[in-house]
Design a protein around this ligand. Sequence first.
Ligand SMILES: [Mg+2]
Length: 231
Amino acid sequence: MIKVILWDIDGTLLDFRPVERHALLSSFEKICPGDCTDAMLEDYSAINRKYWEALERKEITKAEVLVQRFEEFFGKYGIDTALAKPFNAEYQVRLGDEVHFFPKAKETVEALKQAGIRQYAVTNGTKVAQDIKLKRSGLDQLFDGIYISEVAGYDKPDKRFFQKVFQEIGNYDKGEIIIVGDSLTGDMRGGNNAGIHTCWFNPQGLEKHVTVVTEHEIKSIDEVLSVIQKY
Ligand SMILES: [Mg+2]
């Protein structure tokens, strides 16, 4: 029986894309006024993803991800790369301005809470952005706890991140815990490393490009309700 759900936040419960767009555009306005086109945003997205994947492979630190993604992006568009640091600081704050749930995501978390399932956030985001976001979304009231890698000292998929979580949530069998997330290399591999059940949120039907075990694959968050019935 599943008693605990570990939820990824960005790209799983919350749709990060509209928020990222807002945060980038408003940071641009403040830190480096000038054109920021849709094509540039698209390009940034790809650069950003590359850096977070490098973090998951432990090739780079979180602090490096945050600044270097903007340095690379700015370099490409002839913007002063010295602005990357202040730009990121502004961007982290602006990320908390808006929240967008995926369809049925909040209702699902509420239903699971009603059903007595313990729910925890497990996220690789930064503390400053996640704190504001979780509060604004009301998720902080629904979760039994929040685990941010920056605070834990390890990022998903590192086994030690999950060990910290297990130490604090109390005595559960690994078979009673499932992680739900959109990242194969962070969430699903993390779940595999930690020896817990895995549910891949894949709303766009992407190809599985890496070797990880995904016990369940869902397109809509409310499918989690039936997934946990299977145990
Ligand atoms: Mg995610």
